[in-house]
Design a protein around this ligand. Sequence first.
Ligand code: NAD
Length: 291
Amino acid sequence: MQNKHIGFIGLGQMGAPMARILMKSGYQITGFDANTCTDSDISMAESTHQIAKQSDIVITMLPDGAAVSLVANEIIPLMRDGSILIDCSTIDVKTAQTVGTYAHSSGIGFLDAPVSGGITGAAAGSLTFMIGGDAHILQQVLPLFETMGNKAVHCGAIGTGQIAKICNNMILGATMIATCEAFDMADKLGLDRQSMFDVVSTSSGYSWSMNAYCPAPGIGPDSPADHGYKPGFSADLMLKDLGLAIEAAQMAGADPRIGQCAREIYAAFVETSGKGMDFSAILPWLNANKC
Ligand code: NAD
């Protein structure tokens, strides 16, 4: 596997540390990013075309479906027969399926493999991958996922990785809002935050939002709340993921009302004061009755 040439397109907050982990594990990595001001320790190509021609495997980590479509249309026609494209971006299900079909018809293997674990997980090589695509393609590139992450779950056909991701993040958005609403309510009713944490984190209201990523500063394990709500996982990205979830739900005839409500709350938060803040900063926003 180490003798395979890997191209990495999209060296932003997530892509750069992921590429670096692969490089440190002995993989030959060539990177490309539309923004030229990226990490100098990764050897850079001049274009996506160069990456397509010289790579056995191309990994993309891009902001949205439009960027993934654009890059896929640039590289797929130039990629070698039998090479593999892995898209780790969080994008809409339809684009993942369209890119997958195009890759397949061009003799290229395709996996949609969005991640959970954020910037810290990317730097530590402890991401969780949720993967859609053929099992035999996944088998060929499994060591890459094992290097960049702790867990790789094969979810099914192309697009199911993205479905798993938006389901997970819809739960996360909704539970973070519920956790923040409970802290705000407890504050206003006169229950101190430490008591609230001690009870809920060991009772049936526990969740990842409360136990691992507590939105109240100074309570629970270290989290963005302890660092002025610097992300972490930004409210903007949560809004993006909730938008993808609602769009996919509507396409499938599902009606996730709590998810829709969470999307509306994050839209209002980002529009008023949440842009660039961690998604847990909903708590001070609620506290100040700004919603
Ligand atoms: P980012 O904006 O930091 O990085 C994206 C990179 O892609 C940028 O460097 C940009 O210049 C580059 N890019 C955009 N269009 C391009 C193109 N056409 N050709 C080449 N490069 C191009 O974003 P990020 O935080 O690294 O997130 C990447 C993806 O991972 C997103 O889909 C996001 O939803 C998802 N994600 C992010 C996090 C997180 O905590 N940041 C967590 C999980 C998943």
